[in-house]
Design a protein around this ligand. Structure first.
Ligand SMILES: Cc1cc2nc3c(=O)[nH]c(=O)nc-3n(C[C@H](O)[C@H](O)[C@H](O)COP(=O)(O)O)c2cc1C
Length: 310
């Protein structure tokens, strides 16, 4: 798949933007295991202007990332247009506009998925961002909020100049529950000329196969890769030799280059718990990790646990 100057592989896999999860270390690992593109956590266009320091740590990248996409959110077209010109985002290859976030604190500001109820403003924002950059611009949206208007919304994205779209086929009310609607994904794919990235519930080979049957041009993966960045290699059927402990250690080493230990030990715990999910005796290992207050001691617990996996 080629989108302007972005050269994805034939069946591109993209790491989803996940606030509090898609950090620089995790994006590095996903890329190492074959993700063609990675997306930052959502970045507030307003914060980028008024408090760029708050955003800076989310825009860290490493050279391992192949196609680097920054996701922005906001409801003011001028802030959104300015955001993609921010020096913080200079190193990114493409920009994604968040029009799907269901979080109440985002929606009440008329941002994220609230824009699905205001198609005129959504279009204005896409046009403003497009006019502000020569790099490819995409939109990520859901099935709808007040009504399931995803087909009309998808068409609007295309007509407003989006270079591609990512469709998470759940309504806002669903949050992350229920099943992603792959028929809806197929219908969006059938309706648009621009590439469509399908998103929702791809966690293994079987779900990946179902998603590909919708005809999408690429697949975005979020939760399925938590604690399992090697999922990208498995889905690409690429043989990558790796040791799980080295993967976790690398995640931490990258974050240690940028963050203070006291912050990191609180932040990294959820990732460590995810890394321990499928282990034998997972419950007792997770309990030990949850009560361990030192990153190196947590690493020792995981090293021992991984060594007992066969
Ligand atoms: C913890 C978490 C944080 C998320 N943050 C974002 C975000 O910042 N921007 C966004 O567009 N979607 C966000 N999402 C939604 C995911 O990108 C994705 O659309 C959703 O999880 C469905 O894909 P999956 O089934 O592969 O996880 C988030 C999801 C989770 C679980």
């Amino acid at each position: 798949m080629k989108i302007k100057e972005l050269d994805f592989s034939e069946n591109p896999l993209i790491l989803a933007p996940m606030a509090g999860v898609s950090d620089v270390g995790f994006r590095n690992l996903a890329s190492y295991f074959g993700a063609d593109a990675t997306v930052t956590e959502m970045l507030s266009a307003r914060a980028m202007k008024h408090n760029p320091k708050k955003t800076a740590f989310m825009t860290l990248t490493t050279d391992a990332e192949k196609i680097k996409i920054a996701q922005i959110f906001g409801h003011e077209s001028q802030f959104m247009a300015d955001a993609v010109k921010s020096p913080l985002l200079e190193k990114f290859d493409s920009f994604d506009i968040n029009m799907g976030c269901p979080a109440p604190k985002i929606v009440k500001n008329g941002e994220g998925s609230a824009l699905m109820d205001d198609i005129v403003l959504a279009s204005k924002i896409i046009t403003a961002v497009k006019n502000s950059t020569t790099k490819p611009v995409s939109v990520k949206f859901r099935k709808g909020r007040e009504c399931e208007n995803y087909l009309e919304f998808a068409r609007m994205c295309e007509d407003s100049g989006a270079d591609f779209v990512t469709f998470h086929a759940r309504t806002v009310a669903q949050g992350y529950s229920g099943k992603a609607d792959y028929e809806a994904i197929a219908s969006v794919k059938a309706k648009l000329k621009i590439p469509v990235i399908g998103n929702g519930d791809v966690v293994d080979e079987a779900s990946y196969k179902l998603m590909k049957q919708t005809g999408v041009d690429g697949v975005m993966i979020g939760r399925g890769s938590m604690g399992k960045p090697w999922l990208f290699a498995q889905l690409k059927e690429e043989k990558v030799n790796f040791n799980k402990f080295d993967v976790v250690k690398k995640h931490i080493d990258i974050l240690r280059e940028h963050f203070e230990e006291n912050w990191l030990k609180l932040y990294i715990r959820k990732h460590l718990l995810w890394y321990a999910t499928d282990l034998p005796m997972s419950a007792s290992i997770r309990l030990k990790l949850a009560t361990c207050d030192d990153i190196d001691a947590c690493l020792t617990i995981l090293k021992e646990a991984f060594s007992q996996e066969s």
